[in-house]
Design a protein around this ligand. Structure first.
Ligand SMILES: *Cc1c(COP(=O)(O)O)cnc(C)c1O
Length: 471
């Protein structure tokens, strides 16, 4: 399988090289040249596979430069019941009539990001060892990516991690998860700004070719192709879990911010998984909802981004969105370049003329929810089913129930566990004891290690220089 850039100006590459890349040299995102097509006979045999067997079948279609035995070993090492707390890895549980939860949050940091990041950590180590290289990973997080990356990369010999997070914007649990790590290769930087500011700093450092080469910068944020690939697997697994037969169709509802999770669902659908609709759920930061209902993509500025009770979705410029737009525009790299040059200057673009394709051919629908909706949904679900859901999953459940058609089966991605967002759960339900996995007991009492910096890419570059030379 060859990989190409959405801007059409990068030579073809293999998986191992794409894995270590951030943006493509031409500013685009890397994608496989084609999406492999899964026929009915294959789908029938896949229905009965374990998570690791399924992951191997799917990833093998996209990876041609890692020997099969090595890939299998990487997958077996990653998706264990010890790390993910269940033999199913991603169990599907019923919530309401024809509404299911796809549990993606049983990994080390209690959010779906672990699903991909744990694989990425092992795959990075493997590829770097093979090439005899080191990597400096820089990333931006609104809460969950950062901790998932740090837990996946902590203690890895050939990797240094610098993670930018918005100062004072994450939950107490999220801060404790990241900042309490004392591994020598993990460096937390809190930026006085919003998540999008952190993301802009990562982009600025990436675009500085000298800096990038000097520190062999890589990224694990959601534009990383390896993450998208690992996420495709659980849409297949979730489909099999919610159905009994491959004649059935399901829709997936995905609480969204950077469009990484739902992008994997879109690719699974393109591969032929019988998905009816892809329901994009946003919070008050509804730039994606606006696009999927009007065709107008109008990314907002950092100061226009709301701080909400589903903070991992407080994103106003969806970094993975370009991957879908590339497919929507029939792989026209030069048009994609023009549109995203306009995004860069803050203009955005209008694809209202493509709305029929967006909603019909590609099956996208969307909805949004507010803080009050989240509280009401958490309470409703708890009262009616005794199930506790986190605020992000509540965005998804709210939108799923809003848009569900007669007879439609909807699988909602559970993207985090409630204990990560205790303040909001308490607001919705009053003080109740939330289940806490053993490894997180007492977490908030640990010492924290973090450097607070003004919103300025140069200050971050200096910090990286200081820390890397000190090692
Ligand atoms: C990251 C995250 C999201 C948003 O996922 P994207 O891939 O950025 O769309 C939703 N919920 C939780 C809990 C997250 O951590």
């Amino acid at each position: 399988m060859n990989y190409i850039s959405t801007r059409g100006n990068t030579p073809k590459m293999q998986f191992s090289d794409v894995l270590l890349m951030g943006l493509a040299p031409d500013g685009g995102l890397m994608l496989p040249e084609t999406y492999p097509q899964i026929d009915r006979a294959t789908l029938d045999t896949w229905r009965h596979l374990s998570y690791t067997e399924l992951a191997f079948e799917i990833m093998s279609l996209f990876i041609s430069d890692i020997p099969s035995d090595d890939l299998k070993a990487l997958i077996d090492k990653t998706y264990t019941s010890t790390v993910f707390n269940s033999d199913d890895i991603t169990p599907v549980t019923p919530l309401y009539d024809k509404v299911f939860l796809l549990e993606l949050s049983n990994g080390p940091t209690l959010a779906f990001k672990d699903m991909a990041m744990q694989f990425l950590g092992n795959a990075f180590e493997y590829v770097l060892t093979k090439k005899g290289e080191r990597l400096t990973v820089i990333g931006a997080t609104s809460g969950d990516t950062g901790s998932a990356a740090e837990y996946a990369l902590r203690g890895k010999e050939n990797i240094e991690v610098f993670m930018m997070s918005p100062h004072g914007k994450m939950s107490a649990f999220q801060r404790a998860q990241m900042y309490s790590l004392d591994d020598k290769n993990i460096h937390n930087i809190a930026i006085k700004g919003m998540f999008d500011d952190c993301q802009d700093i990562v982009k600025a450092l990436q675009e500085d070719a000298d800096f990038k080469a000097k520190y062999s910068l890589g990224t694990v944020n959601s534009i990383n192709w390896g993450r998208i690939l690992a996420q495709i697997v659980y849409y297949f697994k979730g489909y099999f879990g919610a159905t009994t037969h491959n004649d059935e169709k399901v829709s997936f509802c995905v609480p969204s911010g950077n469009f990484g999770n739902v992008c994997a669902a879109h690719i699974a659908r393109m591969m032929g998984l019988p998905i009816d609709r892809l329901i994009v759920a946003t919070n008050e930061n509804d730039v994606l909802h606006e696009f999927f209902t009007t065709g107008n993509y109008a990314p907002r500025k950092a100061h226009e981004t709301h701080v909400t009770s589903s903070p991992s979705m407080d994103i106003s410029k969806a970094s993975n969105f370009e991957r879908f737009v590339y497919t929507l525009l029939a792989q026209d790299g030069s048009q994609v370049s023009r549109l995203f040059d306009d995004v860069k200057t803050g203009k955005g673009f209008d694809l209202a003329d493509k709305l029929t394709d967006i909603q019909g051919k590609f099956g996208f629908v969307s909805g949004k929810s507010t803080h009050a909706d989240r509280l009401a949904t958490i309470k409703k679900v708890y009262d009616e089913t005794t199930r506790l859901i986190d605020p992000h999953t509540a965005d998804g459940v709210k939108v799923a129930l809003d848009v569900q058609k007669q007879g439609e089966t909807i699988v909602v991605a559970e993207t985090a566990l409630p204990i990560k967002f205790e303040e909001t759960i308490t607001q919705a339900l009053g003080k109740i004891d939330l289940p806490r996995p053993p490894h997180t007991i007492g977490l908030e009492d640990n010492l924290q290690y973090v450097t607070v910096l003004e919103n300025d890419a140069r200050l971050v570059a200096d910090e990286i220089y200081r820390k890397v030379t000190a090692r």
